[in-house]
Design a protein around this ligand. Sequence first.
Ligand code: PXG
Ligand code: PLP
Length: 436
Amino acid sequence: MNRPALDSFWIPFTSNREFKADPRMIVSAKGMYYQSEDGRDILDGTAGLWCCNAGHSHPKIVEAISKSVATLDYAPNFQFGHPGAFELSARLADAFPEHLNHFFFANSGSEAVDSALKIALAYQRARGKGSKTRLIGRERGYHGVGFGGISVGGIVKNRMYFGNLIAGVDHLRHTHDPARNAYSRGEVEFGVERAEDLLGLIQLHDASNIAAVIVEPVAGSTGVLPPPKGYLQRLRQICDEHDILLIFDEVITGFGRLGEMTAAQYFGVEPDLITFAKGVTSGVIPLGGVAVRDEIYETMLEGADAPIELFHGYTYSGHPLATAAALACLDIYETESLFSRVREQGAVLEEKTHQLKGANHIIDIRTIGLIAGIELAPDPDRPGARGFEVMKKSWQKGLMVRVTGDTLALSPPFIVTPAQIEDMLSILTDILSEIE
Ligand code: PXG
Ligand code: PLP
């Protein structure tokens, strides 16, 4: 094997020292499997980083991108345009919730989130409510790593090293409550009352100063937290009563992870803006974006005071390769009925994962859609160490899992089979019996 020097690449969200001493190098991928540099097949239990929903190297996506790059490698979308961005927006408008028919494009979930926060602020101003500037996030929320995203986000380590962040942000309490909700399937039973935190913040600041609330419908990164029954509905109701925008961050939940195009449709709650990324191209080409409610877009076009309605955009907003990949991906989701596969295989994953209850160290299991979170008791002296050890041993035994702290997450591509789910859980069962 011919490995390049490892020193220069600063690896994101990773212990560079540990990785470079013992690398986990991936050299190719096809369908449900990665191949390691030493020639082993690694079952993809996580769809990469929750993104490769259609499985790896799907021939139709490969073909669409190859055709696109040979025809139109790049075109600016500032003052010019290309058909792919318009076609993709129209296709998404058909598939997304009823009143979200306008699409702004970025290149990642982080950029999508910052775009959504900026659209919310600009809209409040364009409609003459310029005092509505405060933003509300939630503890344990993950909204990417831009300054906007970490400001409304609620993961301590993602915030604590980076100064004052943006001003005028508050947080709702998170909804994780293992004492009442352990071993849950789907939405959790208890915790709807935590939506009332929003009323407390409205009393403190007055709604005339609050622009928007942003939450993940199912918190992913922080360890798979499905919402309490009625919670998202109650947030929607409070936002309606107090004229506050509701943003769902669907970077993980969008594009079928729960068996519907969006979590908004799955839960029957329509937000004002939806951020998305990852599954929109099955992770193949970076693309993110914001779905915007008609009224916001129309108000901006009528009410914003310059010829350019929104002073925001990225060089690669609506890149032709990304829109080609996304269009191919939408075709695949449809022709291969991948969202109904999510519902079928989600039921298998739920059943099999909950059978792990009672295994060494497990203190909670949470499942929803095609996602399973398995929480281990932390080693009191070394929180996170058990999760990390499971991840490393899984790699050695041919499985990719994701860990945050001591919670393992499984979120395989939608083409996963029951036998592959069985393989994942039998590898994990073996490992759990081995670790201290
Ligand atoms: N919002 C949400 C809800 C996300 O899950 C982002 C924004 C940021 O997207 P980008 O494309 O900028 O990374 C995310 C990303 C994990 C993990 O460990 C989760 C994400 C990314 C990487 C790892 O669970 N989510
Ligand atoms: N920095 C400089 C100096 C630039 O010229 C640009 C874009 O033109 C950017 C940053 C932003 O890059 P992007 O549009 O890819 O986000």
